[in-house]
Design a protein around this ligand. Structure first.
Ligand SMILES: [Zn+2]
Length: 322
């Protein structure tokens, strides 16, 4: 598939005026668990404009302000505009209480060579009050673009803000008061769920990864849903994340039986593939401890995601040699 570098997407440009209103009306919205942190996450190769945009996001977060969508995503939009492997657009654009919001989507493919690629969807921010996953996925997208080798053999579909209304309001739930992560494949009327279900059906992912934060957990942990493979990917991912975050090793986490930070059960209605998709993708949920410094949670997500791609690539290569 040809990857065309995009300008700042139409969604972002048309939302510009609305964003200003959002900023003033949301100026008091506190970001839970955010502590000031220096920006250690940008590689020196990143352009000055991306650095500036990223610094602005961080500066707002350090003042306990929640940047508007366009400002939050600006570093990635600038990066995508100059990239040969990263594209930016929106899954859907709609209005919430007169304000334009959109569900941003990024697409990564290392080269434009036509070949079979492993298709993985990575989703963050389905709970609007969990900024670490949003920022961690944004960091990972930047890393992919700076070091495309991380994403070799993959076609990645990346959705950093799956509940834009909840993010802007600083709430777990959607603006209509629903926990979106209990609504999937149950005939939900929630806009975010409907467009994500369509997206998941259309892409038929080989893997689905969702990022969350838990404010009752002292460490990083994860859920592996379905097959043995998901479990085999989760252990190395948690191990990789340990560089930034200790693992939650309690025997019971969030009410579920856990082994060394791994849970093999889940709630119903979570973001996942349709149960009739064949073959079923591997499905992982990564959970960061919301009480720990944001910079550490972000790093843990980046490290864990890179590990999943690398381990899955090894698995596919091994399978091909059988
Ligand atoms: Zn969550």
């Amino acid at each position: 598939m040809k990857t065309t570098p995009l300008r700042t997407p139409r969604a972002a440009r048309s939302a510009q005026s609305g964003d200003r209103g959002m900023m003033s009306s949301r100026a008091g919205a506190a970001v839970v668990g955010v502590k000031p942190a220096s920006e250690k996450l940008l590689s020196p190769r990143v352009s000055a404009s991306v650095q500036r945009a990223a610094a602005q996001v961080l500066e707002q977060l350090s003042r306990q302000h929640r940047p508007a969508l366009r400002e939050l995503l600006q570093p990635l939009y600038l990066q995508a505009a100059k990239s040969n492997c990263l594209r930016a657009d929106a899954v859907s654009i709609w209005e919430i209480a007169g304000e334009t919001v959109w569900l941003p989507r990024f697409h990564f493919q290392r080269t434009s060579v036509v070949k079979d690629r492993i298709k993985v969807g990575i989703f963050a921010g389905i709970h609007g009050d969990e900024p670490a996953g949003i920022l961690g996925l944004m960091d990972f997208i930047r890393e992919l673009d700076e070091t495309p080798e991380i994403g070799r053999d993959f076609e990645l579909w990346l959705y950093p803000v799956c509940n834009p209304g909840g993010y802007l309001a600083g709430t777990r739930h959607s603006p209509s008061g629903k926990d979106l992560n209990r609504e999937f494949w149950r005939g939900s009327q929630e806009q975010e769920v409907r467009v994500l279900e369509r997206e998941i059906q259309a892409r038929q992912f080989d893997g689905i990864i969702a990022l969350h934060s838990d404010d009752t957990s002292p460490g990083f942990y994860g859920f592996a849903r379905g097959d043995v493979l998901a479990r085999q990917l989760l252990e190395p991912a948690l191990k990789a994340a340990e560089v930034a975050q200790a693992r939650d090793v309690r025997p019971v986490i969030d009410g579920f039986h856990a082994v060394n930070g791994m849970i093999y059960d889940s709630y119903d209605g979570i973001l996942s593939a349709h149960r009739e998709q064949k073959p079923q993708p591997f499905e992982l949920i990564l959970e960061s401890p919301a009480v720990s410094p944001l910079v550490e949670q972000r790093r843990a997500f980046s490290l864990a995601l890179a590990s999943v791609l690398s381990e899955y690539r090894k698995f596919i290569a091994y399978g091909a040699n059988l």
